[in-house]
Design a protein around this ligand. Structure first.
Ligand SMILES: [Zn+2]
Ligand SMILES: [Zn+2]
Length: 347
């Protein structure tokens, strides 16, 4: 067993606090990773606070993990000590169902998420990246391109793949008029990746507050949805709309912004189930769709793509002692655009 230092929460109303535990001994296909950085995803806050109702404690959150390989099992030949690697939202899956066979492990009925889950043995709690080390099966370890810094690359493991996957699936590229709703952790990655794919990118945000940031990140257009006339002006504009915010929207109003055969993709669940008029879909042959992270193969493709185009997240690096207060700032939208924990603050 490998002793590990971490920050964990012991219950929904408890603060994150220092917590010691052990990682499993290496099995033949396992990789031991010395964690250097971990991004803070909004999911961490939902899970820590039991907002989705299935939290297991003690919980070490974190699923945007980067670090260096420190040891490998005797059957591992794709990684060696010193390699730059990452771990995202999943650490295993059933591997036999049709989804797993196709490399779409995120849709497996028995995925093993990086934390708030049990490991494959069914009894060891899977613990996440707010920690000094992690043991992961080599099939679920990703290679980080040499040119990308480990700190700013960490958010690619969740925010990056969550936006890359729908952009690829719905074939964003040259000639695509893309709308991105929201400019937070996900939205800012969507802008960077979609621009690198060649799409024409518009950011739709509530106010003008983020306009300069959107332009700096590469957006071609910016629209404040609170301004009168914005929706009327944009009717039948977009081939694809990616919704990166988890708030209640007037879904029919947004569907009207799609061209014929356009699709609007939901990435995060809003509090209330979307109310959609059938005519918003029928007229214009529109689709309202969802998307969930991405498979392991696609996550590696995304990392290689980001390496080629030099894409990383815009981050604010913090010591782990500030993780708790960063949650409040994330809820207020007060971060450009992702907090990343420097794990050296824990050692
Ligand atoms: Zn996440
Ligand atoms: Zn499966």
């Amino acid at each position: 067993m490998y002793p590990v230092k971490s920050y964990a929460t012991l219950g929904a109303t408890q603060p994150l606090a220092p917590f010691d535990f052990s990682r499993r001994d290496l099995k033949p296909h396992d990789v031991l990773i010395d964690i250097r950085f971990c991004g803070i995803c909004h999911t961490d806050i939902h899970q820590v606070r039991n907002e989705w109702g299935h939290s297991i404690y003690p919980m070490v959150p974190g699923h945007e993990i980067t670090g260096l390989v420190s040891e490998v099992g005797n059957q591992v030949n794709t990684f060696k000590p010193g390699d730059k690697v990452g771990v995202g939202c999943m650490v295993d899956s059933c591997r036999t169902c049709p989804d797993c066979q196709e490399g779409l492990e995120q849709f497996c009925s028995h995925p093993i998420f990086t934390y708030n889950n049990y490991e494959k043995d069914g009894k060891t709690l899977a613990q996440g990246g707010y920690s000094t080390r992690i043991v992961v099966d080599d099939k679920f370890v990703l290679k980080i391109p040499q040119n990308l810094p480990l700190d700013a690359a960490a958010p690619l493991l969740c925010a990056g793949i969550t936006t890359y996957s729908p952009l690829r699936h719905w074939k964003a590229g040259k000639g695509t008029n893309l709308g991105i709703i929201g400019l937070g952790g996900l939205g800012h990655m969507a802008v960077k990746i979609a621009k690198a794919m060649g799409a024409q990118v518009s950011v739709l945000s509530h106010s003008r507050k983020k306009e300069a940031d959107a332009k700096r990140l590469g957006a071609d257009h910016y629209y404040a949805t609170s301004e009168p006339g914005t929706f009327e002006k944009l009717v039948k504009t977009f081939d694809l709309i990616i919704c990166t915010v988890s708030v209640d929207l007037d879904w029919n109003q947004y569907l009207a912004l799609l061209k014929r055969d356009g699709t609007m993709v939901i990435l995060g669940a809003p509090p209330k189930a979307p109310t959609v008029s059938a005519t918003s879909l029928i007229f214009g042959r529109h689709s309202l769709a969802g998307s969930l992270i991405g498979g392991i193969k696609e996550t590696q493709q995304m990392l290689d793509f980001c390496g080629e185009h030099n894409i990383v997240s815009d981050i604010e690096l913090i010591p782990i002692q500030k993780a708790q207060e960063s949650y409040e700032r994330i809820i207020k939208g007060d971060v450009k655009f992702r907090f990343v924990i420097d794990m050296s603050s824990l050692k």
